[in-house]
Design a protein around this ligand. Structure first.
Ligand code: HEM
Length: 509
């Protein structure tokens, strides 16, 4: 079914800041606002997030931007973000960037409106698919895919060729979610060109991003036609995947797709409809790989730039894994320092750099900013994570020790939010962290990472963030000596107060 849009071409449910924030005039905006165009001076349509970071630094913890007649409120001050995490007064807002994906993913988990019954149904049916037991069944599949990457990198290193980090991480994470989620193989490492499914997926993400940065969707008519073709391609591929699974022997092997097709809701007995299954498959293929691929790419960039950090992480891998060729599930969780490297990378470049929250009722944000029911704001995670008040005067510096348990405990809650917040936070968090820690461990153990001379980090934005043009040279390490001790010496970096509420969401969030 086609999505409804307002007369201005905005997805239905959109409410302008003018209606939602009675004291909007008290929220600062950039100087030099142009009539019609708004706050476009000093901004590029290719880098909306990085421009917002610039404005945030100048304008403070809450500010607004206007573009082509639409006003947006941004929040990143820790007190404001903590207040927005109050689930009794606020909820996820399916904002523009996310709503633009509705034609592709409909009421799939990520794009569902809060009131849509399929959200709760799918969440309850799929949450166990991200619990510990399910993760243990995914682990050997993740390892298999990671080994395809290392074979690919071994060839590059033997030939003295640098590797294309974001390209290869995207292949890896796509193959991992396809394999663990749906028992599918896109053959990404064997192809010289991008798989057409990936091209179509990137096309729809780019189109959704562009819709945010043009005055009217009518300006994108050519792109809209290509987008429709991309969506049709995604649907066809997914339908084939589902058909293949239905005609297979029927012995579910614990993939997410098996769960979607075979599991009834534990209380109501209800099942996901075929159309909803299609939307969830697309959702997981999209949500499950770009963000993790970006997180891995940024982490590899930082490791290549900080040989001291890389050496410490590598020493941990050698100690914990010894010379086992295939580390087990529990051995990944014991890589505490590698995990900190990942957390610190996600702090500086949270690859899903913002999320939107809306007021469930008329309320006062942090006791200071009145909001009407339905008013919404974008939480600028990437700026929250760089607030010197929380992270210190050196907040821009890469330092994994910020995630030592004692340092974590000393910070106020809701100051590290790469996976969003509340009931609608990332369902794939543990999946992503396990996959990324495993892969970083395998790569650190096998290679020295050498940066390309002269490379300076540039960040591309297309709903998610990625280091642009990042290539690394690899030097093969000798096979590590057997570990002297595999006893972990450091304790978990998890929030000690956190406690399981459902298989994927922790009470502390
Ligand atoms: C480093 C990797 C990842 C990051 C940074 C990330 C980030 C996020 C964020 C910030 C949200 C909340 C969005 C919002 O409030 O609008 C979210 C939701 C979601 N993520 Fe992730 N994600 C990652 C990996 C994954 C993976 C691997 C999967 C699937 C296997 C996944 C599936 C989802 C889904 C389905 C939702 C929607 C949940 C709901 O609303 O019920 N994500 N993610």
């Amino acid at each position: 079914m086609a999505e409804t849009t307002t007369a201005a071409g905005l997805p239905s449910g959109f409410r302008g800041a003018e209606q939602g924030w009675p004291e909007l005039h008290r929220i600062p905006h950039p100087p030099h606002r142009l009539p019609l165009l708004g706050d476009v001076l000093g901004a590029s349509r290719h880098t909306p997030l990085q421009d917002s970071l610039k404005f945030a630094r100048r304008l403070g913890p809450i500010f607004r931007r206007r573009a082509f007649g639409r006003e947006f409120v941004f929040v990143w001050g820790p007190e404001l973000v903590a207040d927005l995490a109050d689930e009794t007064r606020f909820a996820k807002h399916v904002g523009l960037g996310v709503a633009n994906l509705r034609p592709v993913a409909g009421d799939g988990l990520f794009t569902a409106y809060n009131h849509e019954p399929n959200w709760q149904l799918a969440h309850d049916v799929l949450a166990p698919g991200f619990g510990r037991e399910a993760m243990e069944t995914y682990h050997p599949m993740m390892l298999d895919v990671a080994e395809r990457l290392t074979r690919h990198w071994d060839r590059a290193s033997a030939a003295g060729r640098p590797v294309d980090v974001p390209g290869d991480m995207t292949k890896l994470t796509l193959e991992t979610i396809a394999r663990t989620g749906f028992g599918h193989d896109f053959g990404s490492f064997e192809r010289s060109r991008r798989h057409p499914f990936v091209t179509a997926m990137v096309g729809t993400l780019t189109y959704a991003q562009r819709l945010n940065t043009v005055p009217s969707p009518l300006l994108l008519r050519g792109a809209a036609r290509r987008n429709e073709a991309d969506i049709a391609h995604l649907n066809r591929t997914v339908d084939e995947l589902i058909r293949a699974r239905r005609t297979a022997s029927g012995d579910g092997r614990g993939h997410l797709l098996d769960r979607m097709l075979d599991t009834a809701h534990p209380e109501t007995g209800e099942r996901l409809s075929p159309q909803n299954v299609r939307r969830q498959v697309i959702t997981f293929l999209v949500a499950g790989h770009e963000t993790t691929s970006g997180a891995l790419s940024f982490a590899l960039h930082h490791l290549s730039r900080h040989p001291d950090v890389a050496a410490r992480a590598r020493a941990e891998v050698d100690r914990v894994w010894g010379d086992t060729p295939s580390p087990g599930y529990d051995q990944v969780a014991r890589l505490r320092y590698v995990r900190r490297v990942l957390d610190e990378s996600l702090r500086l470049w949270p690859t899903a750099p913002a999320y939107a929250r809306e007021a469930r009722e008329d309320t006062m944000l942090a006791g200071d900013h009145p909001m009407r029911r339905g008013a919404w704001t974008l939480v600028l995670t990437a700026m929250l994570h760089r607030d010197p008040g929380v992270w210190g005067p050196d907040a821009e510096r890469f330092d994994p020790d910020r995630f030592e348990p004692r340092a974590v405990r000393s910070r106020p809650p809701h100051t590290f939010k790469p996976f969003g917040t509340g009931a609608r936070a990332c369902i794939g968090r543990q999946f992503a962290l396990h996959e990324a820690t495993l892969v970083l461990g395998l790569l650190l153990r096998r290679y020295e990472l050498v940066p390309e001379p002269g490379y300076r980090l540039r960040v591309t934005e297309r709903l998610t963030l990625m280091p642009e043009g990042l290539r690394l040279h690899l030097a093969r390490r000798r096979v590590p000596a057997p570990a002297l001790s595999s006893t972990p010496t450091e304790s978990a970096g998890e929030d000690p107060a956190s406690e399981l509420r459902c298989p994927v969401h922790r009470a502390g969030e």
